[in-house]
Every structure is written in C-alpha cells, then in structure tokens.
Design a protein around this ligand. Structure first.
Ligand SMILES: [Zn+2]
Length: 165
C-alpha cells in the first residue's frame, strides 16, 4: 500500500487532458466535482460540460484508465460517476484555464452573467490573435459542438469561440 491521499488523486487527474481542448485538463475545465476514497473503491464524480457532449464517455474512460493502476495499488477499484446537478457552466473554468484557451487560439467564453448577454445581444468576442473585438460570427458550430466559429474583421484570423452556457 502506498497510501495515496486526495491530493494525489487530484494531481493524477490533472494529467488527463480534455479530449476536445487538449491544452486544458479535466480539473481546469471544472469537470471533476469530487474524488471520494472509500474503503474499497475510488469514486470520481464528473459533470458533463455540454448536454450530450460526445466527449464525456471518452473523458470517463481516460479518467478510469489514468487512475486504475495507482488505485489498484491501494486495493481500490475505480469508478466514474456522472452528476448532472448543479449543471456545469463556463464560469467553472478557472482564470488560468481561460488564459490558456486564449493562448491556444480559442476565444474564452467570458462570464455567463455578461450584461450584453442579459440584454439578449451577442456578447463581444475578442480575437485571440490581435485582441480586437471587431469580430463576426461565421457559424454557431465550430470544430466541435461546444465551439462557435468566428472571424476577426481586424486581422482576418478565423478562430473558435468556446460558447457560454
Ligand atoms: Zn484579430
């Protein structure tokens, strides 16, 4: 027995990338809600980002795969459970995660409480390349369902915007 603690499990989880946004791990995404170490099993609770996001199965598999061996060294089985309440929102992305997204070329979602959004206007999306807010929506669906496709009218750069929910 190696006697791993909760901190160790969280650290291992930080090595599991989000399959759709590989620069972020599942902890930074705010997907992992809870890690419970019980006498016989390790239970990881995760919350799906977007309803029906096909990546969730892959994420659950990746987490199980990552933890299975260290967990079995502790005599534990690994289980991943989906929890749907409270629902995930883009507000759960950490500040660091938002900065990483922008550096990767994806406009971060901003906060869902954005005043413009409350007024029913499309929120201003900042170009991740030149920081201009002179951008236009090209398609509601970018490379994945979680992203919208935008183009910057200032520098002509096409980019994905991680949608606010
Ligand atoms: Zn630009």
């Amino acid at each position: 027995m190696v006697k791993r603690t909760a901190d160790d499990w969280w650290e291992l989880l930080q090595a599991v990338p989000d399959p759709e946004i590989p620069v972020l791990n599942v902890v930074e995404m705010g997907i992992v809600r809870e890690v419970l170490q019980e006498p016989k099993r390790l239970l990881v609770r995760i919350t799906p980002t977007y309803m029906g996001c096909p990546a969730m199965d892959a994420i659950a598999d990746d987490i199980r795969e990552r933890l299975a061996e260290p967990a079995s060294e502790e005599g534990l089985t690994t289980e991943v459970e989906l929890v749907y309440a409270p629902a995930w929102t883009t507000d759960w992305l950490t500040e660091a995660a938002q900065a990483k997204l922008e550096a990767y070329g994806i406009a971060p979602p901003g906060k869902t409480s954005d005043k413009r959004a409350l007024n029913g206007e499309a929120p201003a999306v900042r170009c991740p390349k030149c920081q201009s807010t002179e951008t236009e929506l090209v398609s509601l669906f970018g490379s994945t369902a979680c992203k919208a496709h935008y183009r910057c009218t200032a520098c002509a750069e096409p980019f994905d915007h991680f949608k606010c929910i």
